[in-house]
Design a protein around this ligand. Structure first.
Ligand SMILES: C[S@@+](CC[C@H](N)C(=O)[O-])C[C@H]1O[C@@H](n2cnc3c(N)ncnc32)[C@H](O)[C@@H]1O
Length: 399
């Protein structure tokens, strides 16, 4: 179930104030409805559904507040509802497969992902994220060395990729993180079965400059969907780029400042803002651990609470930690020692705090830290500009 603020797309104080203005309901009242999980009534209900562009039935269903009238309609249409949602799934892996540990939302398995996938129910997964070994002669903590002959690596890659395709539900999304070279091969496999969405370039330097070649500066993140379009695509917005020191503008927005969306700018397919995992507080193992921010973005964008997320290459368990914090069900597997992942779950609260911080700093034009710098240095803020009406709040593409 979602909270009222999640349904209204309110994730920070500025968005809350804006919604309060549009709906004519005070911030404290909106907070009361959200925090106490009280379903609004009377004029407040009418104003909320009008401002949010949602109708009462949808709001009730999303909040899980079902009154007698709605219950009657649900009972009358039980067969149709069953046809739409099917069985409520609770176990997607053949029970004979060896479990390493279980959490509130997920199950971790120890073993080879190929055989785990053979034991999983087809078309049961909403979102797959895969970060396989790159075939770079690396030794993993698991004791696995990933150097294979190129043909062997590509044959193995095709095997796990096809199994992932089978596991995806219609409308489900898959993201594959790899070196650009390997992702060209993976793309040619996926193009036969799925619909291409994006080749996302994640700007991270991963090697030294090479003579007579361009300096490799991005990882590739493939994004495909089963069927024509994704079942879930939650828009993600990021803050405006600004000067790290004074918080000032890096570009001249001229007369467009008041038309910038206060919820931030559109995410593009080039991601410059994913930090390498350096901070010892959050780093759990060697160089292969991905950033929590990357997984927070992918999981928030392509799944909803309660959806099932699968990652065939556990590593230090970044995908599973984020899925758990974001209340997604998950299935994990690691061929090596999974105790590292279990230990990471024992310390999940620190990571929860970090995810909260990431979420505070997205879907807003300026982070709170940038706002402070801009106030101190006299730079404009949305509220200091001449106001435009809601209808006029068009977006401009900054690129
Ligand atoms: C690049 S790392 C994944 C890192 C992970 N995304 C993270 O953020 O921690 C790849 C992992 O896949 C594991 N692995 C390799 N082959 C596997 C297989 N056949 N089945 C399951 N895990 C495998 C390796 O032991 C390694 O831990």
């Amino acid at each position: 179930m979602s909270s009222l603020f999640e349904i209204l797309g309110v994730s920070n104080d500025i968005q809350l104030k804006t919604f309060s203005k549009i709906s004519g309901i005070s911030v404290s009242k909106l907070k009361h409805y959200n925090d106490s999980k009280t379903f609004p009534s009377g004029n407040d209900l009418q104003n909320i559904i009008k401002a949010a562009g949602i109708d009462e039935t949808e709001l009730r269903l999303k909040l899980g507040v079902i009154n007698n009238a709605l219950l009657e309609v649900i009972c009358k249409n039980a067969a149709e509802i069953h046809r739409l949602i099917g069985e409520i799934p609770n176990n997607h892996v053949n029970s004979e497969y060896e479990q390493a540990f279980k959490t509130s939302y997920g199950t971790m398995f120890q073993g080879d992902c190929l055989s785990l996938m053979d034991n999983m129910e087809k078309e049961s997964v909403d979102l797959i994220f895969a970060d396989p070994p790159f075939n770079l002669n690396k030794d993993y903590e698991s004791g696995i060395n990933d150097l294979k002959d190129e043909t062997e690596y590509l044959a193995w890659t095709e095997q796990w990729v096809l199994k992932c395709v089978d596991l995806l539900k219609d409308g489900g999304s898959i993201f594959i993180w790899n070196l650009p070279k390997w992702n060209t091969y993976i793309s040619s496999i996926l193009n036969q079965y799925l619909t291409f969405r994006h080749w996302i370039a994640v700007d991270i330097k991963f090697s030294l400059p090479i003579r007579n070649k361009l300096y490799p500066s991005h990882y590739s993140l493939l994004y495909y969907v089963k069927g024509a379009k994704p079942k879930v695509f939650n828009e993600q917005r990021i803050p405006l780029e600004n000067c790290r020191h004074c918080g000032g503008d890096i570009r001249d927005y001229g007369g467009y400042k008041d038309k910038l969306n206060i919820n931030g700018i559109n995410l593009t397919d080039v991601w410059y803002d994913i930090p390498p995992v350096r901070h010892s507080k959050y780093k759990n193992r060697g160089s292969n651990e991905l950033s929590l921010k990357l997984l927070e973005r992918v999981i928030s964008m392509a799944s909803n609470e309660g959806d099932l997320v699968f990652d065939p290459f556990g590593g230090s368990g970044t995908t599973y930690i984020v899925a758990e914090i974001l209340k997604r069900k998950w299935i994990g597997v690691e061929i090596g020692d999974g105790s590292l992942i279990q230990k990471r779950f024992e310390e999940i609260d620190t990571q929860r705090e970090y995810i909260r911080e990431i979420q505070k700093n997205k879907n807003t034009l300026f982070t709170s830290e940038t706002r402070k710098k801009r106030i101190k240095n006299g730079h404009w803020l949305p509220e200091t500009l001449k106001k435009v009406s809601n209808n006029e709040q068009l977006e401009i593409n900054l690129k």
